[in-house]
Design a binder for this molecule. Structure first.
Ligand code: MRU
Length: 349
């Protein structure tokens, strides 16, 4: 089923999350690009499972989905117990919080919903207004970051991105891919995307969404990135983030750190694009960021899934790029060049 919306901005037609009026419609990202299928959710446990199973993925999209999950929980609990629903909703929020550990936006959105619950009466309807605002604000932040990031690219002819940071990973438009979208509309033409092993967010999702929006790009194997950089074809690596520490260290999809190391060696600049909802002011450095490890089956071919196989796998799905390898962090509140703890604090508040 094709369910794309038209938006006033060009080259931005995909939406992974849609509030239907009664529930949350989720584009199943596990099936892209071979099949475009949507699932409808009417409970917090359903939304938590959609996040855990990676039907929904990408830090901002996870946060937005969780906010809608709280709306659905409140609706259900209020129906069961109109005057006491607040007493039991914390278990739904805890279930949503346990869905994925690295995305700060998840905890940020759940905190916002928790605060709203504490401030309203027995009518839960203001929660939907808040979830819709979280969704809309994310798109607005992405458009702003798109403009700010594209300004930094002036004079550049080529960029490399990793993972999927586009409309599929956010409320819409995208973070790093939003910058690329914006730069494309200003004439940037050489866009390279890493396939992003093992889950192939680049090969399956970034390629699909750019194809939908008619933005030409070249896919490369992750292991071709250093070799691409030495050709001089790209001047910037542009990535998103799942968790940014107060000193600017940034956790993102596994492979990002090696791109940053390679970029510095080749004199290629490195940009992290993320809304301030991805910054965790309580974590001082990247060393304290919890890195999700997913099951060995995601990495091993089926032959090795058998019990008696001696082949195991180590499958961390994020890594941390230290602030000293980052040239610019682009947020909706402004750009921090050569980030450190002091400069990052200007974004706080
Ligand atoms: O495991 P995923 O696909 O949820 O990981 C997503 C990423 O690493 C993205 O780069 C990050 O969430 C930023 S998306 C705007």
């Amino acid at each position: 089923m094709h369910n794309h919306c038209e938006h006033p901005y060009t080259n931005d037609s995909v939406r992974a999350l849609q509030w239907t009026g009664t529930g949350l419609r989720v584009l199943d990202q596990r099936q892209l690009p071979s099949s475009v299928a949507y699932d409808d959710y009417d409970s917090a446990s359903g939304v938590a499972e959609a996040i855990r199973s990676m039907r929904v993925r990408g830090a901002p999209a996870i946060g937005i989905a969780a906010a809608y999950g709280v709306v659905l929980a409140a609706k259900q609990r209020h129906y069961q117990s109109p005057n006491h629903w607040k007493e039991s909703i914390n278990q739904d929020i805890d279930l949503l919080a346990a869905s994925r550990p690295t995305a700060v936006n998840l905890f940020w959105a759940l905190d916002k919903m928790r605060q709203a619950i504490a401030s309203i009466g027995d009518d839960p309807s203001p929660l939907l207004t808040l979830a819709l605002a979280i969704h809309e604000d994310d798109i607005a932040a992405n458009r702003r970051m798109g403009g700010l990031g594209a300004e930094l690219l002036e004079g550049s002819t080529g960029v490399l991105t990793h993972c999927n940071t586009g409309s599929l990973a956010t409320g819409g438009y995208g973070t790093a891919l939003g910058v690329i979208r914006s730069a494309y509309s200003h004439g940037l033409r050489n866009i390279y995307a890493c396939e992003t092993r093992p889950w192939l967010q680049g090969a399956r999702l970034t390629a699909w969404e750019l194809d939908q929006d008619h933005i030409p790009a070249k896919l490369i194997a992750d292991s071709a990135a250093a070799w691409l950089m030495q050709t001089g074809a790209v001047q910037w690596v542009i990535v998103g983030a799942d968790h940014i520490a107060a000193n600017g260290d940034a956790a993102n999809k596994i492979g990002t750190y090696s791109h940053a190391v390679n970029a510095r060696f080749h004199g290629v600049k490195f940009m992290v694009v993320a809304p301030t909802s991805t910054i965790d002011w309580n974590t001082n450095s990247g060393k304290a960021i919890q890195i999700e490890e997913r099951e060995r089956k995601e990495l091993l071919s089926e032959y090795y899934h058998r019990e008696d196989s001696v082949i195991d796998a180590w499958n961390p799905v994020f890594d941390v790029t230290p602030a000293c390898l980052i040239d610019a962090i682009v947020t909706e509140k402004g750009v921090v060049l050569n980030p450190d703890a002091d400069k990052m604090q200007r974004l706080n508040g």
